[in-house]
Structures are given as C-alpha cells and as structure tokens.
Design a protein around this ligand. Structure first.
Ligand SMILES: [Zn+2]
Length: 248
C-alpha cells in the first residue's frame, strides 16, 4: 500500500514537472496585436498580391487558439488606427479579464504583448530575400525578443538579429513587448506557402522546394514556434534569469 502511495506521489510529481517544462505559457496573460489592418495593408507580395495584414491576422488567430489550449489568457488587440490605441486596448483587455470567475475584473497587467508582423525589404520588388528578426524597445524587452528570435529563426534559417526601435508606445504602460518579423512576405516562396496554408493552393513551386522550403501549414508552424519562444521566455524569467544580463 505504501509503495503504491509512493509511486502515485512520484507519478504526480513527474506529471507536475512535465507540465511546468511544457507549460511555460499556462496562466500567463498574453496580449496579441496583428500588425496593420483596418485598411492598412503593411507589406505586399507583388507576385501573388498577398497582404501582410492578412497574414498577421491569421497567425494571431492560430496563436490565440493554441495559447488558450495551453492554459494562457489571451487578449487580442482591436486593429485600431494607432499603435497607442492598440496598446491601450490590449491593456484594457488584460485588466478586464475575470480569471477567477467571481464576476469582477481582476485588473491584471498583460505579462507581455507580442505584435505579429511579416517583413519587406527596402526594395519591395525583391521577391527572394528571406530572414527572421524581432524588435525590442526597452532593455527589459530584450529577453522576450531574443527568445522569440531564437524560436522563429528555423522558419527561414536566416537570423537577422534583434533590432532596437519599434513598439515605443509600450514604454508608458511599462509592458514587456516585442514585434516579430518571422519572415518576409515579399518572398514568393513565403507567399506560396501562405496560400497553401489557407487551402487556396495545393502545392508550392519546385523551385521553392529546391530552395529548402517545406510544404507545411506555415501559419500553424509559426504559431507553434511563437509559443515555444514565449514558453522559453517565461521559463527563463521564473528560473531566475530575470535581469541577469548586462547591457550591451
Ligand atoms: Zn508590418
């Protein structure tokens, strides 16, 4: 009997450990912003007419659904005209959550806000360039931006690094934030993969396959990698990684 009890205790400890390792986003309040929209296209793939705003929105919806199944609380910012309005909307959304279901808003702060974008190069007629980068504003955003960059880079295999700038409006609300540019939507293979992911087409060009692009649901894969990055970020924060880095 004792043995049985012990093994069931061990089993539940193992289960909790596993859940912690896999569930870095569980219980977190995560705000998502789909870049552009509301009449603003963002980057446009000239060959296929794929519009960045649509890609951003699809990734955010996939991400929202997947995060919720992993126990996160998700707020999707309205696609208001200015970045400041979007941040205000996200902050209000996080504050209005009633997580303990007592009928009263919990007044929670968003743990992070991630703004999902897809890039275009300075020369928008370049249909072959691809790469992954993330953008941070304050030093406190850097661990999040780095975790997302590391997780997302396998999409393109081309790490274009961390940029400083971007989401300045979060500074006054003291939110940890990052903008992700998981790939270049101006790239024709990326546009083809997007159309494939939407079920609009059933294949991508042989030249794209030759270039190393895999036939996959790119929307789902990016959402999975975004979650991997978020989970790694939260795990590193809870294991004492907070504030450990020196400015550089
Ligand atoms: Zn954008």
């Amino acid at each position: 009997m004792k043995k049985l009890l012990l093994s069931s205790v061990l089993l539940s400890v193992l289960f909790v450990l596993q859940a912690n390792a896999a569930g870095g986003v569980a219980g977190k309040v995560i705000a998502l912003d789909a870049g552009h929209g509301g009449g603003e296209t963002g980057a446009v793939n000239l060959t296929y007419g794929v519009v960045e705003a649509d890609v951003n929105w699809d990734v955010v919806l996939a991400l929202e659904a997947k995060l919720k199944t992993q126990g996160a609380y998700v707020v999707v910012a309205d696609r208001l005209s200015t970045r400041r309005d979007r941040v205000n909307d996200a902050v209000a959304g996080c504050a209005s959550l009633d997580i303990d279901k007592d009928g009263v808003s919990d007044n929670r702060k968003c743990d992070v806000i991630v703004s999902v974008h897809h890039n275009s190069p300075a020369d928008a007629t370049n249909t072959t360039h691809d790469g992954t980068l993330t953008i941070y504003t304050q030093r406190s955003d850097k661990p999040l931006a780095q975790a997302l960059l590391s997780a997302l880079t396998p999409l393109t295999g081309n790490n274009e690094g961390l940029l400083n700038g971007g989401y300045g409006m979060t500074v006054y609300k003291n939110l940890v934030s990052s903008i992700t540019e998981a790939y270049y939507i101006t790239n024709d293979c990326e546009a083809e993969l997007y159309l494939y992911s939407k079920g609009t087409t059933t294949d991508i060009s042989e030249s794209c396959k030759d270039a190393g692009y895999q036939l996959e649901n790119r929307i789902d894969r990016e959402a999975d990698l975004q979650i991997e990055g978020l989970a790694n970020y939260f795990n590193s924060q809870s294991s004492g990684g907070k504030g450990g880095g020196q400015p550089n």
